[in-house]
Design a protein. Structure first.
Length: 296
C-alpha cells in the first residue's frame, strides 16, 4: 500500500496554525486568505486520515495527532530547505545590504542569518543596525532590505510581526513616581521617542529628558539604575527592568508593526534572503516573547 505524500505547502500552513493557534493570524503570516488556509488543513487531514485541530469560537487547539505531527513537519521542512539550499549554493552568490532595528539586530537576526548563510555560504550579508526611519529613505541606494518599525496600521512593506511598546523601569527603584518624570530615550527620528513624548504631553504628565543615546543597551542600563524610565518592546523586556502600566501613572502607548521593505528589482540573493526572513518570522508565535538575551 502506497502511503500519501505530505506536501510541504500543507505542512507550512499546518505549522503556521499550530504556532499561532489561530487560522486568522496564520493566514496573515502566510499572505493567504483564511479560507485558503482552512482548505489546506482539511486537505492535510484527509491525507493523514486524522483530525489535527480542535476548533471552537475562542481558540484552536492541537489534537493528539496534531501534536505528533508538529515535530515531523518541522523536520520535513528543514530537510527540504537544506536539500534545496545545498543544491543551489554552488550557484547562488551575491551581496545583500540589510538594515534593522538595534534590538532585532542583536537578538533575532543573528540566528536567522546563521541558518540562511549555512545554506547559501556564497551570499555576503552586510547588516547595519540603527534608526530604521532614516534607512527607508535610502532603500535601494544603501540598503536592499530594511526591517522597520511602524505605527500600527500606518506602514508600507510586508507585515512580519506585531509588537507592543511598554514603559519600563528598574524594579528596585520607583523612577516613575518622580516629578517631573525622568525619561531615557533615543535620538530624534525614533518612533518610541515620538510616542513617549506625545503620550506624556497628552496626559499632561510633566517630564524631562534625562538621557539620550543611540545605544539600546546604554538606555536600558540607565533605566536599570533607577535614573529614568524608558520604552522598550515587550518582547525584549530585559530582566533588569519591569513593565509599567496606566496603574503606575504612565499613559498607554500605540501598537507597533514590524515590516519588511524590499528594494525594487531585487537580485536573486536579495529575494532569497527576503523569502527566508518571511518564513522565519512566520514561525515566531505571537503569544510568546522572543527570547531576550541578558547582557552581562
Amino acid at each position: 500500500m502506497t502511503l500519501p505524500m505530505l506536501d510541504p505547502d500543507l505542512l507550512r500552513a499546518f505549522l503556521a496554525v499550530a504556532d499561532h493557534r489561530s487560522f486568522t493570524r496564520a493566514a496573515a503570516r502566510l499572505n493567504r486568505t483564511q479560507s485558503a488556509v482552512s482548505m489546506q488543513i482539511r486537505r492535510l487531514e484527509m491525507r493523514v486520515a486524522a483530525e489535527l485541530f480542535r476548533r471552537n469560537t475562542t481558540m484552536v487547539e492541537l489534537t493528539q495527532a496534531g501534536e505528533s505531527l508538529v515535530a515531523y513537519a518541522r523536520r520535513i521542512l528543514a530537510l527540504n530547505e537544506e536539500a534545496v539550499g545545498k543544491l543551489r549554493q554552488h550557484r547562488l552568490e551575491g551581496r545583500v545590504r540589510l538594515g534593522v532595528m538595534d534590538d532585532y539586530g542583536s537578538h533575532v537576526l543573528p540566528s536567522l542569518l546563521a541558518r540562511f548563510l549555512t545554506l547559501y555560504p556564497r551570499i555576503h550579508v552586510e547588516m547595519e543596525t540603527g534608526l530604521t526611519s532614516t534607512m527607508l529613505g535610502r532603500l535601494g541606494e544603501s540598503y536592499d532590505l530594511v526591517i522597520a518599525m511602524h505605527a500600527d496600521g500606518h506602514g508600507s512593506g510586508e507585515l512580519l510581526r506585531l509588537e507592543r511598546p511598554v514603559w519600563a523601569a528598574s524594579a528596585e527603584h520607583q523612577a516613575w513616581l518622580v516629578d517631573p518624570l525622568p525619561v531615557a530615550l533615543y535620538p530624534m527620528g525614533c518612533l518610541f521617542r515620538k510616542w513617549a513624548i506625545e503620550a506624556l504631553d497628552a496626559a499632561r504628565r510633566p517630564w524631562r529628558l534625562a538621557f539620550v543615546s543611540h545605544n539600546l543597551a546604554t538606555v536600558e542600563a540607565v533605566a536599570a539604575q533607577g535614573l529614568a524610565v524608558t520604552v522598550v518592546k515587550s518582547s525584549f523586556l530585559p530582566r533588569s527592568l519591569r513593565s509599567l502600566s496606566p496603574g503606575d501613572g504612565l499613559p498607554a502607548l500605540p501598537g507597533a508593526e514590524i515590516r519588511l521593505h524590499v528594494a525594487q528589482d531585487p537580485t536573486r540573493a536579495v529575494a532569497m534572503l527576503a523569502d527566508h526572513l518571511r518564513e522565519a518570522f512566520a514561525a515566531i508565535p505571537d503569544e510568546l516573547p522572543i527570547r531576550r538575551v541578558q547582557a552581562p
